[in-house]
Design a protein around this ligand. Structure first.
Ligand code: AMP
Length: 217
């Protein structure tokens, strides 16, 4: 089963994708994490990527195509969840073509619909553990001890693009470039809208229900 996860920055896509991965054996492919890993390598490609991500702009299509097609060629996962991709119509085309080449097709596009007023608070209060990747929110999901990961006690960090200024731009990019992807999947009858304002477990249960998944598949 191939699923894409859509929604504005800060809507909780990553959290829900992690729950699906753990509970139902989905391979969670998060383009943002792959791009950040390349940046962390300090490679020339990473520096080029950072010149886009630092300002909340989309990374060019050729980089994303290579990332996605490389992954599709190398995987034998039966359940795949794309998180943060596709971000525009060109990328939706890349995914469609890549899957077609494998004799496959997208099953569902999940759209996490959320009240946009709460997004900026979610983003500016978001922190992550550089060791294990666990995500916290200083208001909604605070760590037990301030500033420190519950699991490995590493010092929590803020993403460079999680400031109010960059977030405002990321939201604009989402509205201009990603919202047309929602319309595209709506027309092709792949889109399923999920209430993203419910609590985390409620959203997860709803997603599992609409996908019809039980266990690890
Ligand atoms: P995310 O982790 O999904 O919030 O993405 C962080 C940043 O990585 C975005 O603001 C973009 O700069 C870049 N990025 C992530 N996914 C994509 C994508 N599919 N296409 C282009 N840029 C992306």
């Amino acid at each position: 089963m191939i699923v894409v996860f859509l929604g504005p920055p800060g809507s909780g896509k990553g959290t829900q994708a992690d729950i699906l991965a753990e509970g139902h054996g989905f391979f969670h492919f998060d383009t943002g994490s792959h791009l950040r890993a390349e940046i962390a390598c300090g490679s020339e490609l990473g520096q080029r990527i950072a010149s886009f991500t630092d300002h909340g702009n989309l990374v060019p299509i050729e980089i994303i195509s290579e990332l996605i097609n490389g992954f599709l060629k190398g995987t034998n996962a039966k359940r795949i969840m794309f998180d943060g991709f596709p971000r525009n119509l060109e990328q939706a085309q890349v995914l469609g073509d890549g899957l077609k080449g494998l004799g496959d097709d997208l099953d569902f596009a999940l759209y996490l619909e959320i009240n946009e007023d709460s997004l900026v608070q979610r983003i500016v209060n978001r922190r992550f553990c550089p060791e294990c990747g666990e995500i916290y929110n200083l208001v909604f999901q605070a760590p037990k001890q301030a500033g420190v990961c519950d699991t490995d006690q590493a010092k929590l960090t803020q993403r460079i693009d999680d400031t109010e200024e960059v977030f405002t731009h990321r939201l604009k990019v989402y509205l201009e470039q990603t919202v047309p992807v929602l319309d595209y999947y709506r027309k092709t009858r792949k889109l399923i809208t999920i209430d993203g304002d419910a609590d985390i477990t409620g959203i997860a249960a709803n997603i599992a229900k609409v996908l019809g998944v039980q266990g690890h598949g």
